[in-house]
Design a binder for this molecule. Structure first.
Ligand code: PLP
Length: 408
């Protein structure tokens, strides 16, 4: 008899965004004439930068000629891309990362989800609340949790990120082995200082733990004092893995390209306590289960680092940050406490009521879709996340409608 992985049965009924999509679809079916503005899911709306498109086209043409055609590429990514990433995203910021410590992939979601495979199932995992659901669900699937009750899985160390903690997790009061951190944060838009991040690195070193640092929203950082990478922090190379993505940086959500940094000095341990390099494990996993990102996509990603590419990506992130600033200013003027929206495309709004009720109110009265904070965890109760990923005119229109609804 073929048996299922019963850990899947512990998962909550559906992914948050499927629930939202169902409610929006039901509303649109009942109100066919209504124009709904979506500020819910974090998907970009503007096209790829011109420099990327040019490089993409050129690489597609190369695939049409025998002399320049490419078949399977290196699983870890082409050197032309890895070298640019290492230099621009790390070395120029004083972070000691080499090209062969970078693994190019088709998404930070997949990497965040897959990385836990190289660790034992009986480790203790610390996860922020509220959280990007992928960290939690992939650990449930792997069997690292008990069942779900009262909004939480047994066996997980939840790190509350609330108003009281400044939306940054506090160091756990117990030993943990694997720590998920995400800054700038999805969903709260919160950021972390170098000093605060250093405390986490020190904790991980003392506890022989590893930090999984998700920096998918790094491109939105404008405050020069904030760290762009955990590898700007002394000692992080031994205890951290970092995830980055071209999705929000260059509009690659549909094109798919990302990368994960696993320093060669990062160690995890055998049951007998012997240190082993995580780089070798992830290298093996990548080579066995992944066959590389397509050549044209890697050429398009490489173009991000050209002079024009960098300027165009900056213009893209500036565009979304202008939306975020507008959302934050409007909601603040209405008397709502807001976090994020600066150094981040997300605004986390204290709605002072049940977050699904607030979601329904905005959908039904303002015809605007947001994301209920509760969907990201128990600590998201009472909050909504408003995403800046849309056209400026749409954001303006959405804010005018929200103003009318919430004032009325
Ligand atoms: N990490 C975080 C925190 C995200 O919010 C997202 C997407 O919304 C991702 C990773 C996914 O990135 P990618 O498009 O590279 O899979």
């Amino acid at each position: 008899m073929i048996k299922i992985n019963e850990n899947y049965l512990k998962l909550q009924a559906s992914y948050l965004f499927s629930d939202i999509a169902k409610r929006v679809a039901a509303f649109q079916k009942a109100n066919p004439g209504k124009d709904v503005i979506k500020l819910g899911i974090g998907d970009v709306t503007r096209p790829l930068p011109a420099a990327c498109i040019k490089a993409f086209h050129k690489a597609v043409d190369e695939m049409a000629e025998t002399a320049t055609f490419r078949g399977y590429g290196p699983e870890q990514g082409y050197d032309f891309l890895r070298e640019k990433i290492a230099r621009h995203d790390f070395q120029e910021r004083g972070a000691d990362i080499a090209a062969d410590e970078i693994f190019v992939s088709d998404g930070a979601k997949c990497d965040n989800g897959n990385i836990q495979e190289v660790f034992a199932t009986d480790i203790t995992v610390a996860i922020p609340d509220p959280v990007y659901p992928v960290y939690l669900d992939t650990n449930v699937m792997a069997g690292r949790t008990g069942s779900f009750a009262d909004g939480r899985y047994a066996g997980v160390v939840y790190m509350d990120c609330t108003r009281e903690t400044g939306f940054i997790p506090s160091l756990p009061g117990q030993h943990v082995d694997l720590i998920y951190l995400c800054f700038p944060n999805n969903p709260t838009g919160g950021t972390i200082t170098k000093l605060q991040l250093k405390q986490w690195v020190d904790y991980a070193r003392e506890n022989k733990a590893i930090i999984l640092f998700d920096a998918a929203y790094e491109v939105f950082i404008r405050d020069a004092s904030l760290p762009h990478s955990i590898f700007e922090i002394e000692g992080a190379r031994e205890v951290a893995i970092e995830f980055r993505s071209f999705s929000k940086m260059a509009g690659f959500t549909g094109t798919r390209c990302a990368y994960t940094v696993v320093p060669k000095s990062c160690r995890a341990y055998t049951t007998a306590g012997e240190p082993r390099p995580v780089h070798a494990l992830w290298h093996r996993r990548h080579a066995t289960k992944f066959n590389g990102v397509s050549y044209p996509v890697q050429r398009a990603a490489e173009a991000v680092y050209s002079t024009e590419g960098l300027a165009q990506c900056r213009e893209l992130s500036d565009y979304y940050l202008r939306n975020a600033a507008l959302i934050r200013a409007e909601l603040s003027a209405l008397g709502y406490e807001c976090i994020g929206g600066e150094n981040s495309p997300y605004v986390w709004v204290n709605g002072r009521m049940d977050s699904w009720k607030f979601f329904d109110r905005l959908l039904e009265k303002a015809n605007v879709v947001c994301t209920p904070g509760e969907g990201f965890g128990r600590c998201g109760a009472g909050y909504i996340r408003i995403s800046a990923f849309n056209h400026y005119e749409k954001v303006q229109a959405a804010m005018a409608r929200i103003r009318k609804t919430l004032k009325g």
